[in-house]
Write a protein that binds this ligand. Structure first.
Ligand code: ADA
Length: 887
C-alpha cells in the first residue's frame, strides 16, 4: 500500500532525524502508513509533514518562501503550522526542530490522528534543563575518600548498560531536558591517559576502552536527543595511583597548591577537552581545597588554562561554557577574577541547599543566587540531594511549579539542574524493598515530568494544571479524572510535610540530616548543640520562629511572628490526614499499575504517621522548654505523655516501612549525623531507630521520677569520671599546660580557665601562640603507639579569628576522624571568651600531623581512644541545657 503521509526532513541533523523517527512511530501506531523522504517531492498527492531548521540550507531548498512563517529567535523555539494540506514543523535550531517533531507526535498519540489545521509556537523559559547522575556509591570504597569512585564495571555495572541509557535518555527528551551531568570526584583518571603521568590512570586497559566506548555512545545518543553531557569534578582530588606514586594523599582540604598538582590537573583537563570535545565541565572548587585565594588561583591558573590548552590542540577558537558551582567557595569573587581570562562562564548554586524546603527562599543564600545571576549569562539552580524527601515518593506539581517560579523571580536563575528524587548515591535504584529493584527514573516519573514541565514554562494556569495532572494520573492508574484528581491531592498534601517540617525544626538542609527518620528530643530543645548550619533558618523558608525562641517568647508573653512551631505541626498533621483520605478515596477507582499504587498509598500512610509522630514530639519538646522556664514538674509529666504518643506513631511508621524499604537514606556513611551517626551503614531504617527513641522516653521518665523524689531540690547528678589521658610523643616544639582552673591557654590574663567539665580534668594541653594560629593555622605533630583522640576546643562564635568547627555541609570529608559532632558542649570557661565546645579527632598508632585552618582553637590534650565517652551539654557558661533530661 502506498504511504498516506510523507515525512520529509533533513537527515543530516541527528536531532532532526531522531525527531522524525519518533514522529513516524507515533503516526504508524495509529495505523497510518508513512514514508520518510529527504527532500520534498513535487508531484505527489499525499499529505506531507516537513521537519526543518529555519534558515538551514535544507530549509532554503525545500520550504517554499510563500509557506514560510516566523519562528521566535530563541534557542530551542519551534513552530508547527499547517498550510494547504501540509504540516510544517520548524525549529529555530536543531533542538527546536526535534521538539516540534516530538510535540506533533504527542498530539497524534493524544488525538489518534494528525491535526487537520494547526499553528502552535513554543519556547522554553529555562535555557538549560538538566538532571544529575552520581557516579558515586552509598559507601566509601576501601582505602579511598569521599567521591573517589573509578569508572569500572565493578563499581557501576549500570554505566555499561546501553539499554538503560536509552531508556533514561528517552525519558529525558520526553520531558525536554537538554543536559545531563555526571558527578564524580576525579573522573579524569578513568577517562584519559597522560603521556607525562602514565601511572595516574586508575582503570585497566580493557575498562579504559569500555569507558571510551561508553562516553562515545552516551554523547552520541544524548546529542540526538538534544542533550548536552557535562562531567562534574571536585577539586583538588588526584587518583589513588597518582597519590601513591608521589606519596601524597588523594585529597586534603588544607593542602597547598604545588606545581605538581597544578601540572597534573591542567594536563588532565586539557586532555579531557581534547578527547571529549562535546562534553561540558562543571567545576566544584571546594571540599578538597579551601580558602578563596586558593580557589581563585586554581580556577584561573589551572582549570581555565587546562581548558584553553585543550581547545588550542583542537584549533578551536570558540569558548565552550565552563560551569562553576558556588558550593564551598565564594563564587562571585572567583567569577570576577576569571572573566578577564574566559568569558563563557556559567554559574550554579543549590536551590534550597540539599533539601526541598520552600518556594519562598530568602536570606544569605538567596543573595548568592542574586549575585551570581546578575554576573553570569546563565545561572543554574541546582535542586541538589533531596535529603528531606528520602525515601518516600514525592510529586507535588504545585510545590514544584512555585519553586521554579521562585528560581526565576527571586533568584534570577534561568536554568535548572535536578537531582534524582531519592537514592542519588544508589542510582539507578530506589530504596523500595521489592523483589526486583525499582528504577528511580520509572518510580519517580512524576518528579521528572513536573520539573521538566515547569522548567519549560512555569506560568501555566493552575486550574489547567490540576486537570493536566489529574489526567496524567488517571492514565497511569486507570480510573476517571476524579480518581486522578484524588491522587494529585494526595501527592500535593503529602508534598508539604517534609519541606515544612525541616525548615521549621531541622538542624540542617544538608544530607548530614535524614529528616524522615525523625529527630531526638535533644535536637528539638537544644538544636545548637547539634550545630545548626549557619544561614539555614534565614534562607530556606519564610520568616518564623524555631521552637526554643517560640517557648521563650511564650514564657515572656512576647508576641510571635511569622511561621510558628504549633502552626506547622497542626498543618503537617492535617496534610498527612488529607493525603491518606485522598489516596484511599482514589483506591476505589484504580485499575492499573496496582502494585505501584499500593506502594504510593503506603507512602502516604507513612507520611501521615511521620507527621503525627513528629507533631507529638514537638508538643513534648515545647512542654519541656516550658518546664525549663517554670520548673513545674506537672508540665514535664504532660511532656512524657506526648512523647509516649509519638512513640505509638513511630511504631506505625516502623510497621509501614519495614517490609517496604531497604533504607531511608542513600548516603550510608559517617557523614550522616542527624538524627544519629550513620557510621558503617547503621541506623538507616526506622526499625533500627525505634529502640533509641524508646530509650530517650525512658530516660525522661526516670529523670522525672528522680526529680519527684528530690522534691523541690536538685537531683543528684551521677559522678562524672575524667577521661583517661593517653601517652604520646609530641614532635612539635610546644609548651604543655595542665587543663585546670587557673591555667592560661594563651599568653594573656583573660585566657584563664575559670571552669571546666570534669571530663577534661586530667588532660594536658598543648600551647599555641594566639596570633600565630590566627594568621597561619595550627599544625600539631605527634607520634602514638596506641589509638588516641586529640581533644580540641572550638570557640562558639562568629568572630572570624576563631576557627570554625568541621562543617559537613561543605566538607564531606569533615568527619573522617569523628570530629564533626560536638562531644561536650559548653565544656570550658575562660575569663573572656565565648562558649567552648569539645570535638575529638581519632588517630591510629603512627606518626601524625593534625593540620587545622586559620583561627583560634584549643588543643587540650590526648586521651585513649577506646574508652567510653558520653556526649553531653555541660553548661559551664550560662545555664545548663535542658536536654540532660533525655540522657
Ligand atoms: C556536601 C554533601 C555532599 C555533596 C556536597 C556537594 O558536602 O554532604 O554529599 O552533596 O555537599 O557537592 O554539594
Amino acid at each position: 500500500m502506498q504511504a498516506q503521509v510523507q515525512i520529509i526532513s533533513d537527515g543530516d541533523s541527528p536531532r532532526v532525524k531522531f525527531g522524525t523517527g519518533k514522529l513516524q512511530e507515533a503516526i504508524t501506531a495509529e495505523g497510518i502508513k508513512t514514508e520518510i523522504l529527504q527532500s520534498i517531492p513535487t508531484d505527489v498527492e499525499q499529505r506531507r509533514i516537513s521537519i526543518s531548521i529555519q534558515g538551514s540550507d535544507w530549509f532554503k531548498e525545500n520550504i517554499a518562501p510563500q509557506v514560510r512563517k516566523k519562528v521566535p529567535e530563541k534557542k530551542e523555539a519551534f513552530r508547527i503550522y499547517s498550510a494547504d494540506n501540509d504540516i510544517y514543523a520548524v525549529g529555530y535550531d536543531s533542538s527546536g526542530a526535534l521538539y516540534a517533531a516530538l510535540e506533533l507526535a504527542e498530539r497524534v498519540k493524544e488525538n489518534k490522528k494528525l491535526p487537520d489545521t494547526i499553528d502552535f509556537t513554543d519556547q522554553p523559559e529555562m535555557v538549560l534543563r538538566g538532571t544529575a547522575i552520581g557516579m558515586q556509591k552509598t559507601t566509601l570504597l576501601p582505602g579511598r575518600g569521599v567521591y573517589e569512585y573509578p569508572y569500572t564495571p565493578e563499581n557501576f555495572p549500570w554505566f555499561y548498560d546501553k539499554e538503560l541509557w536509552i531508556d533514561y535518555l528517552d525519558m529525558l527528551v520526553e520531558n525536554r531536558f537538554n543536559s545531563l551531568y555526571l558527578w564524580n570526584g576525579h573522573p579524569f583518571a578513568s577517562l584519559i591517559k597522560l603521556k607525562d603521568y602514565p601511572y595516574a590512570l586508575e582503570v585497566d586497559e580493557e575498562t579504559f576502552k569500555k569507558n571510551e566506548e561508553m562516553f562515545e555512545f552516551l554523547t552520541t545518543e544524548a546529542n540526538k536527543r538534544g542533550i548536552w553531557v557535562i562531567q562534574m569534578f571536585y577539586n583538588i582530588i588526584v587518583s589513588k595511583p597518582f597519590a601513591e606514586h608521589h606519596n601524597i594523599v588523594t585529597q586534603d582540604r588544607g593542602r597547598e597548591i604545588t606545581p605538581l598538582l597544578e601540572d597534573y590537573n591542567r594536563k588532565s583537563i586539557a586532555a579531557f577537552i581534547e578527547k571529549y570535545p562535546n562534553v561540558g565541565l562543571l567545576v566544584a572548587l571546594g571540599e578538597a581545597m579551601s580558602g578563596i585565594k586558593n580557589d581563585i588561583n586554581w580556577f584561573t591558573n589551572t582549570v581555565i588554562p587546562g581548558v584553553k590548552d585543550g581547545l588550542k590542540e583542537l584549533e578551536r577558537t570558540d569558548e565552550p561554557p565552563i560551569i562553576l558551582r558556588a558550593h564551598d567557595t565564594d563564587a562571585p569573587k572567583v567569577i570576577e577574577a576569571a572573566f578577564p581570562l574566559y568569558k563563557n562562564l556559567y554559574t550554579m548554586h543549590k536551590y534550597n541547599g540539599e533539601s526541598l524546603t520552600t518556594y519562598e527562599p530568602r536570606g544569605p543564600w538567596t543573595k548568592i543566587h542574586q549575585d551570581l545571576s546578575s554576573l553570569a549569562s546563565i545561572h543554574i539552580s541546582n535542586v541538589h540531594v533531596l535529603a528531606n524527601l528520602e525515601p518516600f515518593r514525592y510529586g507535588s506539581p504545585d510545590f514544584i511549579q512555585k519553586s521554579v517560579q521562585a528560581m526565576h523571580n527571586i533568584h534570577g536563575a534561568n536554568a535548572l539542574h535536578l537531582y534524582p528524587q531519592v537514592a542519588y548515591w544508589d542510582w539507578p535504584y530506589t530504596p523500595d524493598k521489592t523483589e526486583k529493584r525499582l528504577l528511580e527514573m520509572e518510580r519517580d516519573w512524576i518528579w521528572y515530568n513536573a520539573w521538566g514541565r515547569y522548567a519549560w514554562d512555569d506560568e501555566r494556569d493552575r486550574q489547567e494544571e490540576i486537570d493536566f495532572w489529574s489526567d496524567e494520573l488517571s492514565e497511569k492508574y486507570g480510573g476517571s479524572r476524579k480518581v486522578g484528581r484524588s491522587i494529585l491531592k494526595a501527592y500535593e498534601e503529602a508534598g508539604e510535610i517534609a519541606p515544612k517540617t525541616l525548615r521549621r525544626f531541622g538542624i540542617t538542609e544538608g544530607n548530614r540530616q535524614t529528616l524522615l527518620l525523625g529527630m531526638f528530643m535533644s535536637q528539638l530543645v537544644n538544636p545548637y548543640k547539634w550545630r545548626v548550619y549557619p544561614g539555614f533558618y534565614e534562607s530556606t523558608g519564610p520568616k518564623g520562629e524555631i521552637l526554643i525562641d517560640y517557648a521563650r517568647k511564650e514564657w515572656n508573653n512576647e508576641p510571635h511572628s511569622g511561621e510558628t512551631p504549633p502552626q506547622i505541626i497542626s498543618e503537617i498533621t492535617r496534610h498527612g490526614e488529607e493525603a491518606v483520605n485522598a489516596i484511599d478515596k482514589a483506591a476505589e477507582g484504580v485499575s492499573e499499575n496496582i502494585a505501584e499504587f499500593k506502594r504510593l498509598q503506603n507512602d502516604m500512610q507513612a507520611y501521615n504517621a511521620f507527621a503525627k509522630f513528629f507533631s507529638e514530639k514537638v508538643k513534648a519538646a515545647q512542654l519541656v522548654l516550658e518546664y525549663d522556664h517554670s520548673g513545674n514538674l506537672e508540665t514535664l509529666k504532660e511532656a512524657a505523655k506526648h512523647l509516649d504518643k509519638s512513640l505509638k506513631h513511630y511504631r506505625t511508621l516502623v510497621d509501614l516501612t519495614k517490609d517496604h524499604y531497604l533504607y531511608a537514606n542513600s548516603m550510608q556513611t559517617s557523614m550522616r549525623r542527624i538524627p544519629i551517626g550513620g557510621n558503617e551503614g547503621r541506623y538507616k531504617t526506622w526499625q533500627e531507630m525505634l529502640p533509641l527513641f524508646v530509650e530517650e522516653y525512658e530516660n525522661l521518665r526516670r529523670n522525672i521520677y528522680k526529680l519527684q523524689q528530690a522534691g523541690s531540690g536538685n537531683i543528684k547528678q551521677k559522678k562524672i569520671e575524667a577521661w583517661q589521658p593517653a601517652e604520646i610523643e609530641l614532635l612539635s616544639e610546644k609548651e604543655r599546660y595542665p587543663v585546670e582552673i587557673g591555667t592560661l591557654v594563651y599568653d594573656r590574663m583573660s585566657a584563664q580557665i575559670i571552669d571546666l567539665a570534669p571530663e577534661l580534668n586530667r588532660l594536658t594541653g598543648v600551647k599555641f601562640q594566639e596570633q600565630e594560629q590566627v594568621e597561619n593555622g595550627t599544625v600539631l605533630k605527634f607520634r602514638n603507639s596506641k589509638p588516641v583522640k586529640v581533644i580540641t576546643g572550638y570557640f562558639d562564635s562568629e568572630d572570624p579569628d576563631n576557627l570554625v568547627a568541621p562543617t559537613l555541609e561543605t566538607n564531606a570529608a569533615g568527619n573522617i576522624r569523628g570530629q564533626a559532632d560536638i562531644t561536650l558542649a559548653n565544656a570550658l570557661k575562660l575569663d573572656d571568651a565565648p562558649k567552648i565546645n569539645i570535638h575529638t579527632y581519632r588517630f591510629e598508632p603512627g606518626q601524625h600531623q593534625l593540620k587545622l585552618g586559620k583561627g583560634r582553637v584549643l588543643i587540650l590534650g590526648f586521651i585513649k581512644a577506646d574508652q567510653k565517652i558520653q556526649s553531653r551539654d555541660v553548661g559551664v557558661k550560662g545555664k545548663r541545657a535542658i536536654d540532660w533530661l533525655f540522657e
